[in-house]
Ligand binder design. Structure first.
Ligand code: CTP
Length: 411
């Protein structure tokens, strides 16, 4: 395997093996195979691509293709894209296609197409480059009809035609995602079209909007993407006109956020706390937030409701626990990171450090053994024990037992 080939240098042995296997499997079938999209962009950027994106020309039968290369189809879409488990690695494949957008912002009508047509239907020049995979895995031919390599060199994000954002407004948010991740700027003519078409964000379905927002939040550079978005969009279409606190967004870069296991949720909590509260309700339907994400927004409202109670002088730990236990932990952690919550920071710290995980040792069964009759009293006593422990009245297991005995006047 020649390591002098510049495209190969950034590919792992495993990726090279997969490319060779795919190529030799399709060799006599009349199909052609290309690497495309993010894979090629990353190779040209001298970054190791995380995954392989193959474009296949000359077939549209996923099962036939999977059998041919000896892989298992894991997922298929209506657009001719599919994921195959191939030699233990999940690889993205797509049959070349062309797209048309009869209604702006709606999903496209997809038809079979040549690989060149497939390059033409894409979002940005940097993603519209292919590398032909040739004989014996030798690949060195770059097919770059839009001069994407040059834009990559100049660190520019450029659309292929001036209807691009209207056809697919998710590209607006993809642009900010890439600008944050790659540190690229927006090419001049694209900039004008972007500003002209920002309002197209309004016609995207909640699910597509949410998906793109989550993809941005998944990036380490989410703060840069959102900051850039705020710079561009004076009308804040994404947040129904809400003026987002940008200084807070930058805190998404905080070490505490980066090291968090639920980093994207913590970033979302920062975003929710940085949005004027009167506009948050609208955001729920705009993005159709569900489950954990909805819980974060609900918690921002809850925090607002209990904020005054939290700072009442002499508040007992058990009351603090009752108030803060209802609030999503990411929202509490976000309050410690961003500005504007200095009034509640101390109590949140007490809760997270000392109270949240403070539990009693006795169980319901233990209470029965201590002579408490079965029934609703058990739950009540366990709760009283927890309150006493939170308030520093009892500490050890013996204290807990004494406490129970006292309740029953057994001492
Ligand atoms: N694409 C597009 N328009 C979109 C979404 C995707 O043209 N709205 C094209 C782009 O050419 C992109 C390819 O489909 O390169 C694959 O999309 P995706 O997997 O989202 O992006 P990647 O390029 O693989 O980039 P990433 O590194 O973010 O995964």
């Amino acid at each position: 395997m020649s390591q002098s080939n510049p495209f190969k240098k950034k590919l792992s042995e495993q990726h090279l093996k997969i490319i060779n296997s795919v190529e030799s499997a399709v060799k006599t079938t009349g199909m052609s195979v290309y690497l495309v999209g993010g894979t090629v962009r990353d190779i040209l950027l001298n970054r190791s691509p995380l995954d392989l994106d193959f474009l296949i020309e000359g077939s549209s039968d996923t099962q036939y293709f999977a059998n041919l290369i000896g892989g298992t189809i894991l997922q298929e879409s209506q657009f001719g894209t599919f994921k195959i488990d191939f030699e233990g690695e999940i690889v993205d494949f797509a049959f070349s296609r062309q797209e048309s957008y009869p209604t702006p912002g709606q999903l496209p009508i997809v038809e079979k197409g040549t690989f060149r047509q497939d390059l033409h239907r894409r979002d940005f020049t940097m993603n519209s480059i292919a590398i032909a995979v040739g004989e014996d895995g030798e690949f060195s031919t770059l097919i770059d009809p839009f001069d994407g390599e040059n834009d990559i060199r100049e660190k520019k994000i450029k659309i292929l035609h001036d209807k691009s954002f209207q056809d697919d407004p998710t590209r607006i948010l993809r642009l900010f995602r890439y600008s944050g991740r790659l540190g690229f700027t927006v090419e001049d003519s694209t900039k004008n079209i972007l500003i002209r078409d920002l309002h197209m964000l309004d016609i995207l379905s909640p699910d597509r909007l949410r998906n793109e927002l989550q993809l941005i939040l998944n990036e380490d550079t989410a703060h840069l993407s959102l900051k850039e978005y705020v710079n561009y969009d004076q009308k804040m279409y994404l947040f129904d006109g809400a003026k987002i606190n940008v200084a807070n967004l930058i805190k998404m870069d905080d070490e505490k956020v980066k090291s968090s296991k639920f980093s994207e949720k913590l970033k979302f909590a920062i975003l929710a706390l940085s949005t004027p509260i009167e506009l948050l309700d609208g955001c729920i339907s705009k993005f159709n937030f569900q489950s954990d994400w909805l819980d974060i927004i609900d918690s921002v409202f809850e925090l607002q409701n209990v904020r005054k109670n939290l700072i009442e002088p002499g508040i007992r730990n058990s009351d603090l626990f009752a108030l803060l236990n209802k609030i999503n932990e990411n929202v509490l952690k976000a309050c410690l990171i961003i500005d504007g919550f200095s009034d509640v920071k101390d109590v949140i710290l007490i809760y997270l450090n000392d109270l949240e995980n403070l539990s009693i040792q006795l169980s319901g069964k233990d209470l029965i053994q201590l002579g408490v009759p079965e029934g609703p009293n058990i739950g009540k006593i366990l709760n009283e024990l927890h309150v006493a422990k939170l308030n520093g009245i009892i500490f050890s297991l013996d204290d807990e037992k004494d406490f129970v005995r006292k309740i029953f006047n057994k001492n």
